[in-house]
Design a protein around this ligand. Structure first.
Ligand SMILES: Cc1cc2nc3c(=O)[nH]c(=O)nc-3n(C[C@H](O)[C@H](O)[C@H](O)COP(=O)(O)O)c2cc1C
Length: 239
C-alpha cells in the first residue's frame, strides 16, 4: 500500500516548489513525454493519472493549457490521490516546471468527458502544469513543534529519517493551505493523522496523502524506503 519508487531529485524539488497560477507556456514535447512516463508509473493502486492539453482549466490559471487529471476508482482511499498526484508535482518541479493542484479551478464537464469517466470513478483534483519563472521558495506553514506536538529538544532526539520525514511533511501543499494533519513521530515510525478538528474536510484526505508522499521523500533522502500501514486516524510509516 502506498508503494512508490522514489526519485532522488524529488527532495530538492520539494524544497523549491510553490503553486504557480501564471505560466509562461505549456511544457515542450520532451517534458510532456517525461511527465507521461511518470503518469504511467504512478497509475496503480486504484488511481490513474492522465495528461491533457486543451480546454478544461478555469481562468485563474493563465499561460498553460496542460493539466493532469487524477481518476480514482471507487473504494480507493483519497490519500492515494494525493500521494500519487504529488509524485507528479515533484517530478514536474524537478524539471523546472510549475504546477498547481486544483480542487476547484477546473471545469468538471470537460474533464469528465476527456477521461470518459465511468460510474465507479471520481475526479476530485486536476494539476495544472507549465513553464514558469518559479517564485522564491517561501512556504507559509505551521511550526514543526505545533504539528508534531514536540518541542525542539524532543525533535532533536528523533533519528535522521524521522526528522527528515517530519520536516518534509510540514512543507507539503494543501487545499487553502489548511495543513489538515497531525504528525506523530517516535523512534520507530512517523504517522500522518487526521487532526482533532478539520475546518475544511473536502480535500483533507488528499492533503494528507500529499503530506505522506513528502514524508516518504524525506526518509528516502537519508536512504530509507517507507512502508506504510493503516492506523487509527491515518497512516504510519516505518522506514
Ligand atoms: C487538494 C488541493 C486543492 C487545491 N485547489 C486549488 C484551487 O482550486 N485553486 C488554487 O488556486 N489553488 C489550489 N490549491 C493550491 C493551494 O492553495 C496551495 O497549495 C497552498 O496555498 C500552499 O501553497 P504552495 O502550494 O505555494 O506551497 C490546492 C491545493 C491542494 C493540495
Amino acid at each position: 500500500m502506498f508503494e512508490m519508487k522514489m526519485e532522488k531529485s524529488w527532495f530538492d524539488a520539494m524544497y523549491a516548489r510553490s503553486s504557480v497560477r501564471k505560466y509562461t507556456g505549456a511544457p515542450d514535447k520532451e517534458q510532456l513525454d517525461r511527465l507521461g512516463a511518470l503518469c504511467r508509473k504512478v497509475s496503480w493502486q486504484g488511481v490513474t493519472i492522465r495528461m491533457f492539453k486543451g480546454p478544461g482549466l478555469k481562468s485563474q490559471i493563465k499561460g498553460t493549457d496542460v493539466y493532469a487529471v487524477i481518476v480514482a476508482k471507487r473504494g480507493t482511499p483519497m490519500e492515494m490521490e494525493g500521494f500519487m498526484g504529488e509524485a507528479l508535482v515533484l517530478e514536474a518541479a524537478s524539471m523546472g516546471l510549475g504546477t498547481c493542484w486544483l480542487g476547484a479551478g477546473f471545469v468538471p464537464e470537460i474533464i469528465n468527458r476527456n477521461v470518459n469517466l465511468q460510474t465507479d470513478e471520481s475526479v476530485h483534483c486536476v494539476i495544472a502544469i507549465g513553464k514558469c519563472d518559479l517564485p522564491a521558495f517561501a512556504p507559509k506553514r505551521k511550526a514543526l513543534e505545533k504539528i508534531c506536538g514536540m518541542n525542539e529538544e524532543q525533535l532533536k532526539q528523533l533519528g535522521a529519517w524521522q526528522l527528515e520525514a517530519v520536516k518534509a511533511a510540514r512543507i507539503a501543499p494543501s487545499a487553502i493551505n489548511m495543513q489538515p494533519w497531525r504528525i506523530e513521530a517516535d523512534k520507530t515510525s512517523v504517522a500522518v493523522l487526521e487532526p482533532e478538528f478539520v475546518l475544511y474536510k473536502k480535500f483533507a484526505a488528499i492533503d494528507r496523502g500529499i503530506c505522506m508522499l513528502h514524508a516518504a521523500v524525506g526518509a528516502f533522502h537519508v536512504g530509507r524506503e517507507a512502508i506504510w500501514k493503516k492506523v487509527e486516524g491515518g497512516y504510519a510509516m516505518k522506514a
